[in-house]
Design a protein around this ligand. Structure first.
Ligand code: GDP
Ligand code: MG
Length: 137
């Protein structure tokens, strides 16, 4: 079994899509191993997205991620990391494949409804970022 970190981002929360997105995760075979509502501070958002700190979209991304609450989930499934990236669709919601979470619930290349870890190493780090002491069993 593998674990991945999902974040339902502030745009999707404010549009009332939380339940629909969680339901789609369950229907796609993921189980919820951890879940919490979070209000990211600027420092937390900057730290979470540190890899992008020199990109032109960094400051708007931080403003967006701190604009309202998010929901962080640890999703569990075989091949969870790759399978959740596929369920999410590509970064720009306008280009995401039909039926993906970003195509259905996102808006553009920033307001794209969901985050998903992109590698086992990052999944481990990102899970620890939101869920201290969680058992991955
Ligand atoms: P992801 O792994 O598919 O989420 O994409 P990245 O790791 O490349 O980017 C992190 C987040 O930054 C994305 O999910 C978007 O919310 C935002 N983002 C990425 N690229 C752009 C961009 O070109 N413009 C803007 N405005 N936001 C972006
Ligand atoms: Mg990424």
């Amino acid at each position: 079994m593998e674990y991945t970190l999902c974040i339902i981002k502030p745009d999707a929360i404010s549009k009332g899509f939380t339940g629909k997105i969680i339901d789609e995760c369950l229907k796609a075979g993921f189980t919820i191993h951890g879940i919490r509502k979070v209000g990211l501070t600027r420092d937390q958002a900057r730290s979470f997205y540190k890899v992008h700190e020199h990109k032109p979209f960094f400051e708007p991304l931080i403003a967006f991620m701190t604009s309202g609450p998010s929901v962080a989930l640890v999703l569990k499934k075989e091949n969870a990391i790759e399978d959740f990236r596929a369920l999410m669709g590509e970064t720009d919601a306008r280009k995401a494949q039909k039926g993906t979470l970003r195509q259905k619930y996102g808006e553009d290349n920033r307001k794209n409804a969901v985050h998903g870890s992109d590698s086992p190493e990052n999944a481990k780090k990102e899970i620890a970022f939101f869920f201290a002491n969680i058992d991955l069993i």
